[in-house]
Design a protein around this ligand. Structure first.
Ligand code: SF4
Length: 361
């Protein structure tokens, strides 16, 4: 099969490795660009959320490059993600593309159905080969997340150098074919990134800003207009509230530590929101409360314009901000958002927090 899939941050690297290991020809969607977004916005419904538009743009670009099969996650729950794949399929069919689509719905306890959905992707591989592919992918995801966490810590000390080192590491990981090589590349990159914090100026007490919100907007730098990099350039230590490895630990592996963390954020959110509202709306509220309790300097809430779960969170966060005296900036982005406007808002937010910190120091 010639397979393509949506582009979301670094996840394409893991998916590419997985499908290649399973013997498929992979046509990774090109990185998200203005053209991708324009294509999606042209053919998707106007009020669809931005991730759907980006997906449509990705798929058109992948199909134009020769892909024949699209692999897409399905979903359930109160937000629109549950019918994304079906809407995307109809849009592409109307445009005349010929393709197959494999929609992988979450297991929701029905593992037999889940494994049946995955069967075509197995490509006749034996259990051991599938296991090796899955474990390699898991290691790749963990390595990328670890390096990204380090990057967010050290970019404030040498912005250019840290990004260069990180991008070199990501490129090298894209090309690894086995766990040994992955381990070597990761350890070398960790060592190199750690050097940036060793030469840090110890008198520098950086501002800490956490980013909460819809995960696509958090993980895909093109759509969040390079928010993390911009903040790092202003000397702000950024804390990303969720990573792909966290999502897998919670939703696939049911890791006890992560399940406990879920209980903790739900408890923190309880005075404001006490039910699942779809997507990551609940997390946005609960984690903002937890960050406030940890005395983080501010929170940036990022969401796609018209995102239902995050609109619920957006309406609640002013109360959290008032109760905890926590500065919160909400960025609702769509295909019309531009870097210049965003930069002005972020600069004003960071200046405000700096002044607040000086006053209270
Ligand atoms: S979480 Fe928001 S952006 Fe994501 S699918 Fe649901 S409504 Fe759309």
């Amino acid at each position: 099969m010639k397979v393509t899939f949506p582009h979301m941050g670094n996840l394409w690297i893991a998916l590419k490795a997985l499908f290649e290991k399973l013997g498929h020809e992979v046509i990774p969607p090109p990185p998200v660009t203005r053209k991708t977004i324009e294509l999606g916005a042209r053919y998707a419904p106007e009020f669809a959320c931005l991730p759907l538009k980006v997906n449509v743009g990705n798929f058109i670009e992948g199909l134009e490059e020769g892909a024949e099969t699209i692999v897409m996650l399905g979903g359930s729950g109160p937000c629109r993600f549950g019918y994304y794949a079906q809407v995307e399929r109809e849009i592409l069919k109307d445009l005349g593309y010929l393709f197959d689509i494999i929609i992988v719905d979450p297991p929701m306890g029905d593992w037999t159905r889940f494994l049946q959905d995955l069967q075509p992707l197995g490509n006749g591989c034996r259990g051991r080969e599938v296991w090796n592919a899955l474990t390699l992918v898991w290691e790749i995801i963990k390595a990328l997340d670890h390096l990204h966490r380090m990057l967010l810590k050290v970019q404030i000390y040498n912005h250019r150098g840290a990004w260069k080192c990180y991008e070199k590491a990501v490129k090298a990981i894209t090309e690894v074919g086995d766990k040994k090589l992955l381990q070597r590349v990761t350890s070398e990159s960790i060592r190199e990134l750690a050097l940036f914090s060793e030469v840090q100026n110890s008198t520098l007490a950086p501002l800490k800003i956490a980013i909460v919100g819809e995960v696509f907007m958090m993980w895909e730098p093109y759509v969040n207009l390079d928010l993390e990099k911009t903040l790092g350039g202003m000397g702000v230590e950024v804390i990303r509230s969720a990573y792909p490895s966290d999502w897998i630990c919670e939703n696939v592996l049911f890791n006890p530590r992560h399940m406990l963390r879920r209980l903790i954020f739900k408890k923190a959110a309880r005075p404001y929101l006490n039910c699942f509202v779809g997507g990551h709306g609940w997390e946005s509220v609960g984690k903002s409360v937890l960050y406030a309790r940890k005395k983080i300097d501010g929170v940036i809430h990022v969401l796609p314009f018209t995102c239902m779960p995050e609109i619920v969170a957006q309406s609640i966060l002013p109360s959290v901000s008032r109760d905890y005296k926590l500065p919160v900036l909400t960025l609702s982005l769509d295909e019309h958002s531009a870097q210049a406007g965003l930069l002005t808002r972020i600069e004003a937010f960071v200046d405000l927090i700096r002044e607040k910190k000086q006053v209270t120091a």
